[in-house]
Each structure stands twice: as structure tokens, then as C-alpha cells.
Design a protein around this ligand. Structure first.
Ligand code: NAD
Length: 311
């Protein structure tokens, strides 16, 4: 990775990934792009790019002579359910364009899949790396198709595609973009602001989660791994914790004893959450490229509360 183009760079992951990549690989070697304008004020090159415009995508990648594409632009789970056709066009159209640009310029390629690629018939606990994937959401359908497409470009064209299945990501820099696990970010902001939170996800609903620093390290570690070590390449299960709303409540109460958690369940997002695993098995990622998460729920909660307070 010497010259990296990032799509969806103003989103929850992209905004922090670009900073970390610039720190490691040099500011001028990381080209941030997003459909939103306004990223020009950040240090390093920025281009406004709609990933559904394949020609412009190709033009920018060529102009900067990139050797790596990190494709993050997508519509997330809850928003995709509200607008499934738009989600298909963006999530699949953008991905095919990104893969075609990567193939034409022979770049390395990264795109994230998600725990949303699993469905109600998938084993719920210690969900294996290779298992049944029959998701019931448009987001899930897009993610499974995306995993297969990335495998296809590797097998068919020898493109160096790599990826992970991210769990719900928790961060304090940029607010999440409309996912089912967003409650696990909102809860910290409300805990600091008013010592209470009303969860749209029901008590007892377990989902995988991870703190953003671990997610960023995972991306870079996977991309830097000797390809000979990778058996799976795309869609590695990774997770740092399996947690339900009441686990966040207890972790926050260790710092803010008066914190109270209430519930007002949103049936649409609850349905999505219930179709996902309780906890996935990251053994393949550990064995093939040394994946490791530093933050558990307690360590993440301490850091999140500090950072959100400072904000
Ligand atoms: P986000 O919604 O925060 O950001 C997406 C970015 O894409 C936004 O800045 C948006 O402006 C941009 N975008 C939207 N349409 C675009 C277009 N047509 N062209 C270019 N840019 C466009 O998303 P995120 O949380 O940063 O997620 C990035 C990737 O990681 C997605 O593929 C998502 O499915 C995956 N993922 C995220 C999580 C999570 O918890 N954040 C979990 C699992 C997987």
C-alpha cells in the first residue's frame, strides 16, 4: 500500500481510517473521496466522487496512480431497509465500479462485509466463518453478493481482494450512518448528556460490537498480510465483544452510577437485529492474519465516556 484511494471517506469508518492511513503512509498518499463535498478542508487530497459514476471513479484512480482502493461507500442496514432499490443500486453498482477500476489498474482492494450478511437460519452462537448465509434484509443480500463478487474477482482475474465482516462499530469521532447497532454509540452520548438513554433495541438482544481503533488496525493488518497466508481473503469474521443493551448499561453505571436505561423498541430495527448472530467466531482471522482486538466492553466504555465528555 503506497497510494490509497478511499471511497465514502466522510463516513463513520472513513473519517478515522483516512487520518490513520495518512499518519502511516503520508498525507499526500491517501486520496479521500466521498459524494459529499466539504472534505477539502482536511489535510491531504480530497475529491468529490459518486461511486455509481464509474468513469469519474476511474479518472481519479488513474490521475493519482493509486495502488490500493478501499471501498467504503454504502447505504447501511436500517437505511437500506427503507429504500431497498436505492440500496441495491448504490451498494452493488458502487462495488462493481470499484472492482472494475481495481481490475483495470491492478490495485489491491479492500471492502467491508458485515454481520448483516447472516440471516435467521445461520447458527446464532459462535457463528462459523463458513456457514449458511440467507439474510432477510436488502443490506444482507448486498453484503453476501458483495462477498461472492470479491471472491469472484480474485479467482477469475487474480485481483488482490480482501475484506472483513465488521460487527457494529463504536466511535466518538463521526456519528454512525443508519445501522442497527447505532444504539451502542448513542447510549454514550446520552449517558454523558442526561444520564439516561432509551434503547430502540430490546433487552436481551445480543450482537457483535467493536471499538473503532480495533477496526482500523484490523483493516491495515489484513491489507499488510502476506497474501500466501490468506485462505479466505474476503469476509473474515471479526469481533471484539457480544453485548446486549443491558451490558452497556452496567458498563456505563461503573462510571456513572445514576445512569438509567429505558426501552422503546423500534420493530423494524429489532427485526433486523434478531436476524443477526448473537456472536461470531473470529478464529479464521486470528489464524490467517493475526487479528486481535485490544478493547473489551469495559475498556471501550472508559475511553468512550472520556472522549465524549471532552467533545
Ligand atoms: P457511513 O454511512 O457512516 O458512511 C458512508 C459514506 O459513504 C458517507 O460519508 C456517504 O456520504 C458516502 N456515500 C454515500 N453514497 C455515496 C456515493 N454514491 N458515492 C460516494 N460516497 C457515498 O458508513 P460506515 O459506517 O463508514 O460504513 C462503511 C462500510 O463499512 C460500509 O460498507 C458498511 O456496510 C460497512 N460496515 C460498517 C459497519 C459500522 O458499524 N459502521 C459495520 C459493518 C459494516
Amino acid at each position: 500500500m503506497k497510494k490509497i484511494l478511499v471511497t465514502g471517506a466522510m463516513g463513520q469508518i472513513g473519517s478515522e481510517l483516512v487520518d490513520q492511513l495518512r499518519h502511516t503512509y503520508g498525507a499526500s498518499n491517501v486520496i479521500a473521496t466521498d459524494i459529499k463535498s466539504g472534505g477539502q478542508s482536511t489535510e491531504g487530497p480530497y475529491e468529490t466522487l459518486d461511486v455509481t459514476d464509474g468513469e469519474r471513479f476511474h479518472e481519479f484512480a488513474k490521475k493519482y496512480q493509486v495502488d490500493t482502493i478501499m471501498h467504503l461507500a454504502a447505504l447501511l442496514s436500517a437505511k437500506a431497509e427503507n429504500n431497498p432499490k436505492f440500496a441495491w443500486d448504490l451498494n452493488m453498482g458502487g462495488l462493481v465500479n470499484a472492482l472494475e477500476v481495481a481490475r483495470d489498474l491492478n490495485t489491491q482492494f479492500f471492502t467491508p462485509s458485515s454481520i448483516g450478511s447472516f440471516g435467521p437460519s445461520t447458527p446464532k452462537d459462535q457463528t462459523p466463518q463458513d456457514t449458511l448465509q440467507r439474510p432477510t434484509t436488502m443490506y444482507g443480500v448486498n453484503k453476501v453478493a458483495g462477498e461472492l463478487l470479491c471472491d469472484y474477482y480474485y479467482h477469475r482475474f487474480g485481483l488482490d481482494t480482501r475484506g472483513v465482516r465488521f460487527p457494529g462499530l463504536i466511535s466518538y469521532v463521526t456519528l454512525p450512518g443508519g445501522g442497527t447497532t447505532d444504539y451502542a454509540v448513542d447510549i454514550y452520548y446520552e449517558a454523558v448528556k442526561q444520564q439516561s438513554y432509551t434503547s430502540f433495541i430490546a433487552e436481551g438482544t445480543y450482537m457483535d460490537m467493536m471499538y473503532m481503533p480495533d477496526a482500523l488496525n484490523a483493516i491495515i493488518k489484513l491489507m499488510e498480510t502476506d497474501p500466501a497466508k490468506l485462505k479466505h481473503r474476503n469476509a473474515f469474521n471479526i469481533t471484539a465483544m457480544s453485548a446486549a443493551p443491558e451490558d452497556f448499561e452496567k458498563a456505563i453505571q461503573a462510571h456513572i452510577p445514576e445512569f438509567k436505561l429505558y426501552y422503546d423498541v423500534d420493530p423494524a430495527r429489532q427485526r433486523i437485529a434478531e436476524s443477526w448472530p448473537n456472536g461470531i467466531d473470529p478464529t479464521a482471522a486470528k489464524e490467517e492474519w493475526g487479528f486481535k482486538a485490544e478493547y473489551d466492553l469495559a475498556a471501550m466504555t472508559k475511553d468512550m465516556l472520556e472522549k465524549v465528555r471532552n467533545k
